[in-house]
Design a protein around this ligand. Structure first.
Ligand code: 5GP
Ligand code: MN
Length: 334
C-alpha cells in the first residue's frame, strides 16, 4: 500500500463505523482467518464489524475465535442484505472479483459505501477505493498482518488476532510448503507464536478432526484416480452419489486434490466434484513448477486462482467434463 492508501484507510477508520467484512464463497482457512482477524482488530478499535459470508463455512473452521458471530448470506438474505446496506465501509478479503461471492454479488454491486480490497489473487477488479492486492503473498492473512502494521497498530495484534492470521498462513501455504512461503512468513509466524498462538494445537484442530466419512471419501477419490503419465497428470472424481453414500458434509473434500502431486513424476493434478444442487462440477487444480493452472482454469473452466492452485467449474456432465479435460491435456501437450 502506498502512503495515500494508508492515509485513506486511516481517515475511513478515524471514527467508529459499521463495517461489513466479506470472504469469498466457500470460505477456506485464509478467507476465514483474514476476515475474522480483521473483525477482531476492528472491534478492538471501537468499530462495529460484522463478517458476512456468502455461504456456510466448513466445520473444521468452526473453532475459530469469532466464527459464532459470522452471518451467512445464503441462509438469511434479508438480515444480511440489511447489514450490508447499513455498512459504512465494506472490506472484501481473499478474492479479486465480486462474482466470487455468488448471489451476494448483486447486493454488493448496488452498495454506495466505500470498498477496501485485501487480496493475493491475480487480476483484481476495480471496485474498491483502496485495493491492496499483491500476488507475491502466499496468503491474505500475511497481507492482513502487514495491513495492521501499515496502520501503525502492530501492538493491537494479540493472541486472538494472531490465531486467525496464523490459521490463514498455515492453510494457504500448505503448512509452509508452497513456494510463496518466505523468511518473512516464518518471522511473522515466530512473532505470533511468541504472542501465545497455539502452533501445535491449531494444525491439529484443522487437520486431525476428520470424520470416518471424510476418510472414506478420500479413499474413494484415491481409488478413482486416473494417471496420465505421459502428461505428468493425475486427476480424480467424486460424484454426488459417492459423496452422499459417505455422509458428506461441507469441507470433506478439502485438500484431496493435493494427493495427486504426491505421486512421483506428477506435476499437474485435478479433482472434479459433482454438486447436484448447484448443477455444476466444481473443479480444483494444482501444479508443481511452471504450469500455470490459474490461466488454465480461466481459459477453459470459468475459474481462476493462483499459478499453482486454482479452481473452476463446469456445467457439463461429469463424463463430458472428464472428456474435455483429457482432450485439453492431449491438445495442449501438457
Ligand atoms: P480450491 O481449489 O482450494 O477451491 O481453490 C484454489 C484457489 O483457486 C483459491 O485461491 C481459490 O480462491 C481459487 N478458486 C477456486 N475456485 C475458483 C473459481 O471458481 N473462480 C476463481 N476465479 N478462483 C477460484
Ligand atoms: Mn487465500
Amino acid at each position: 500500500m502506498n502512503i495515500q492508501d494508508i492515509q485513506a484507510i486511516q481517515l475511513l477508520l478515524a471514527t467508529p463505523k459499521k463495517i461489513a467484512i466479506i470472504p469469498h464463497r466457500g470460505p477456506d482457512g485464509d478467507a476465514m482467518g483474514s476476515t475474522l482477524g480483521l473483525y477482531h482488530f476492528l472491534l478492538k478499535n471501537n468499530h462495529y464489524p460484522v463478517v458476512v459470508s456468502p455461504n456456510e463455512f466448513p466445520d473444521f473452521l468452526a473453532w475459530m475465535p469469532g466464527s459464532e458471530t459470522v452471518k451467512i448470506f445464503e441462509k438469511d438474505k434479508q438480515n444480511c442484505t440489511k447489514i450490508l446496506e447499513d455498512a459504512e465501509i465494506i472490506f472484501t478479503l481473499d478474492f479479486n472479483a465480486l462474482h466470487r461471492t455468488g448471489e451476494m454479488e448483486h447486493v454488493l454491486a448496488q452498495l454506495k459505501a466505500p470498498f477496501v480490497m485485501i487480496d493475493h489473487h491475480q487480476k483484481p477488479d476495480n471496485y474498491a477505493v483502496v485495493t491492496y492486492s499483491d500476488t507475491s503473498f502466499g496468503s491474505t492473512c500475511e497481507m492482513l498482518y502487514n495491513f495492521i502494521l501499515f496502520l501503525g497498530k502492530k501492538e493491537d495484534i494479540d493472541k486472538t488476532i494472531g490465531t486467525c492470521i496464523y490459521t490463514g498462513i498455515l492453510t494457504d501455504s500448505g503448512s509452509f510448503r508452497f513456494p510463496k512461503t518466505t523468511g518473512t512468513t516464518h518471522r511473522i509466524v515466530a512473532e505470533l507464536i511468541d504472542l501465545g498462538v497455539e502452533n501445535t494445537e491449531i494444525p491439529s484442530l484443522l487437520f486431525d478432526n476428520s470424520s470416518y466419512g471424510r476418510l472414506q471419501i478420500l479413499g474413494r477419490a484415491l481409488q478413482n484416480m486416473i494417471i496420465l503419465p505421459e502428461h505428468k497428470t493425475a486427476y480424480t472424481t467424486l460424484t454426488q452419489e459417492e459423496l452422499n453414500s459417505f455422509d458428506y458434509v461441507k469441507g470433506d473434500t478439502e485438500g484431496i486434490v493435493n494427493y495427486g502431486l504426491s505421486i512421483k513424476g506428477i506435476l499437474f493434478t485435478a479433482i472434479f466434484i459433482e454438486n447436484k444442487e448447484e448443477k455444476i462440477i466444481k473443479i480444483s487444480f494444482r501444479s508443481q513448477g511452471d504450469f500455470d493452472v490459474n490461466q488454465f482454469a480461466r481459459d477453459y473452466f470459468n475459474g481462476g486462482g493462483h499459478r499453482n492452485a486454482a479452481g473452476g467449474k463446469s456445467a457439463d456432465s461429469m463424463e463430458e467434463t472428464k472428456k474435455k479435460f483429457e482432450d485439453l491435456i492431449t491438445k495442449l501437450s501438457i
